[in-house]
Write a new protein. Structure first.
Length: 345
């Protein structure tokens, strides 16, 4: 029994030594980067023109600064397949086996949009003098653009060439020099001194009464706006179009007239009023008439033509001089009509 126990103890000590040796060998043979293997990012954000391995991988080591792909344009996104990423990594000595089975990497390149409205305002301010407004329109090739979002300085007009006769211009837009340079941008188009005027928001038919929804205020080149242009929008609403009004063209005072409340050959109501008495009769208008205008009206009852003043839609009024008192038709019992019976003649 004693011999068996001693043998077992020796065996356990020997097993412990063997296990320790195995663990020690494992630690010696473990690569130095085992705890920092390259890890591919599935989504990245870049600001430079080129994408590096350091952008794509965590723990890229000495290969971090190696450029491998062209970045998307400013303000846009793109993707790159994991196969291309693996090939680029191998070219720079980075061993990556894609253990996570990532199929592609989404690449975002942020950008700050510089709109045409922003550029237009810069050119307007540069071209305008004191208390003067300008209308600026760009050529068809003009497009907004993006700059590095880390640029906080505003754009400015580095140069403006303007033909005062034709209105043609060439403007160079620049940004102050700094850490993130931007190439100068060139814009062409036309620029004119402008004024605010009233224009149709949609086509208005001849004779139509104009509503607030039919018109709007717009800035147009001063050369397109006549001295006769309508200026008060409240004075335009409620008026009628004397001719067809085209979208975008300034409305002139001569394009307007009071709405025709009575039209030629329309049936109208003839009204006679005096203290304590109102008489009505039917008539036919012999001319168009706006409110307050005197028109000729045929009294269909007496077949006589009278002069009447337009007072409402389809309504005209006559004065005492236009109405002649006559005897009323005899009653069935042979009596005479009262003194307040009139017929408009």
């Amino acid at each position: 029994m004693k011999t068996s126990t001693k043998t077992m103890g020796k065996f356990m000590r020997l097993a412990s030594l063997v296990l320790f040796a195995c663990l020690a060998g494992s630690l010696v043979n473990t690569p130095a980067h085992a705890q920092g293997d390259p890890l591919l990012r599935e989504r990245i954000k870049v600001f430079a023109n080129l994408v590096t391995l350091g952008d794509l991988f965590e723990n890229a080591g000495d290969a971090s600064d190696a450029p491998v792909f062209r970045a998307p344009e400013l303000g846009t996104n793109g993707v790159v397949g994991s196969g291309r990423v693996a090939a680029a990594a191998r070219q720079h000595g980075l061993d990556w086996r894609n253990p996570g089975r990532i199929s592609e990497v989404a690449v975002e390149r942020p950008g700050r949009l510089v709109s045409l409205d922003e550029i237009r305002k810069l050119i307007q301010e540069r071209a305008a003098g004191e208390d003067e407004a300008w209308t600026v329109s760009f050529s068809r090739r003009a497009k907004p653009f993006h700059i590095d979002p880390r640029i906080k300085s505003p754009a400015w007009v580095k140069r403006l060439d303007l033909n005062s006769r034709t209105g043609k211009f060439r403007a160079v837009i620049s940004f102050p020099e700094g850490q993130y340079p931007v190439e100068d941008k060139v814009f062409t188009g036309r620029a004119f001194p402008s004024v605010k005027t009233i224009i149709p928001a949609r086509a208005i038919a001849r004779g139509a009464t104009i509503t607030a929804e039919d018109i709007k205020i717009a800035s147009l080149p001063r050369s397109r706006v006549s001295a006769n242009a309508a200026e008060d929008i409240d004075a335009v609403v409620g008026m009628a179009a004397r001719r067809r009004l085209i979208v975008g063209r300034p409305i002139r005072k001569t394009d307007l007239e009071y709405p025709k409340l009575v039209k030629r050959n329309d049936t109208v109501t003839i009204v006679y009023r005096s203290p304590g008495l109102t008489l009505k009769s039917k008539g036919r208008a012999l001319a168009d008439g706006t409110r307050g205008k005197t028109v000729s009206v045929l009294n269909v009852q007496s077949k006589r033509t009278i002069e009447a003043v337009v007072t409402g839609t389809g309504i005209v009024s006559v004065s005492a001089l236009s109405a002649q008192p006559v005897r009323s038709a005899r009653k069935a019992d042979g009596g005479r009509g009262g003194p307040n019976s009139f017929i408009i003649r």
